[in-house]
Design a protein around this ligand. Structure first.
Ligand code: PEP
Ligand code: MN
Length: 337
């Protein structure tokens, strides 16, 4: 259920209403808007009755949300969510580009990459330190030592950092150094991890599971939001199909499908989506043209020597070209870079 407040109702009154809702054994979630505030009410459906809520002064309207993802749904929250953290803004007219290596190898390569992508207009640096690898014998990331490298580069470049967290026990340490926590494709339905990242305050970049439908994806976002963290960025990164010419099938149709259903920002990762350097640029262009709010791109100073995912990583020069190319697409659809 969504309670739409009348414009100008003071916060103090809204808090009192939320207390009343809690006494009805329901959980109120305040979704702030620039025009008006709404309270999403979640809980046992047997306790969800419209009339007592409608009678509360200051309430303009009470609506049922039909979708199972109550907080993520566009039905109850018509204003699109804009997420900003340390200079990184996503969900506005400006396209947000996050770039960097698949995995942090050392400070020198990370610093070199960060400086380059920042000069080209990227607003976030990516770099995995806890790596989810298909093989248990493959490099698993620098872990806590890698977090330190990320923190140093973040500080010297003043660039927001995105890194993946694999285990609920690491959430605290990762949240201490990263600006945005990534939950990867293999963990999209790791509900304990989703709850753990939902309990902390940093934004979460949630990647679509490689076999997840749109409702599965949004229900995973809902898990995070139900814990009180509404700052969720959705990321399409390719799904498994019978495609035998690329690593995955980058499903760009999910961009309009998500935009129709949710107020959350949507970005696209054409690096994992294709697995091939040559395909990254065309699919990045297509993603922007289809309405994505941003991109996640793997970049390495020497892709041929990269420890992980070199085949899909762009060189620094290729990243410069990508930024130039997507700029014209962004302008053509009324957005900026
Ligand atoms: C990544 O972005 O580093 C990653 C492992 O991606 P995915 O979870 O999409 O495979
Ligand atoms: Mn990778």
């Amino acid at each position: 259920m969504i309670i739409v407040m009348k414009p100008g109702v003071p916060m103090q009154e809204i808090r009192q209403i939320m207390e009343r809702i809690k006494k009805m054994k329901l959980a109120p979630h305040l979704l702030r808007g620039t025009e008006r505030n709404v309270i999403a009410v979640i809980g046992d459906e047997r306790n969800l009755q419209r009339e007592p809520l409608e009678a509360i002064p200051g309430v303009e309207n009470v609506m049922s949300v039909l979708k199972p993802y109550k907080l993520a749904s566009l039905e109850g929250h018509q204003e699109r969510t804009v997420i900003s953290t340390g200079g990184f803004v996503i969900g506005e007219k400006k396209i947000a580009v996050i770039a960097g290596p698949c995995t942090v190898e050392n400070q020198k390569m990370l610093l070199q990459t960060a400086r380059h992508i920042q000069r080209q207009g990227a607003c976030g640096l990516r770099g995995g330190v806890f790596k989810p690898r298909t093989s248990p014998y493959a490099f698993q990331g620098l872990k806590n030592a890698g977090l330190k490298v990320l923190a140093q580069v973040r500080k010297s470049c003043r660039i927001p950092v995105v890194t993946e967290v694999l285990d609920p026990r690491d959430v605290k340490a990762v949240a201490k150094c990263a600006d945005i926590l990534q939950v990867g494709t293999r963990n999209m339905q790791n509900y304990e991890l989703l709850k753990a990242v939902g309990k902390q305050k940093k934004p979460v970049l949630l990647k679509r599971g490689m076999a997840a439908g749109v409702d599965d994806f949004l229900m995973s976002a809902e898990y995070i939001m139900a814990q009180g963290n509404y700052k969720v960025i959705l990321c399409e990164r390719g799904i498994r199909t019978f495609n035998d010419y690329a690593r995955n099938t980058l499903d760009l149709t999910i961009i309009p499908a998500l935009k129709e259903r949710t107020h959350l920002p949507v970005i696209v990762d054409p690096s994992h989506g294709t697995g091939k350097r040559k395909y990254v640029m065309p699919m990045a262009r297509a993603a922007i043209a289809a309405g994505a709010d941003g991109l996640l791109i793997e970049v390495h100073p020497h892709p041929e020597r990269a420890w992980v995912d070199g085949r899909q990583s762009l060189s620094l020069q290729e990243f410069t070209e990508l930024m130039r190319e997507i700029q014209s697409i962004a302008h053509a659809i009324g957005r900026t870079l």
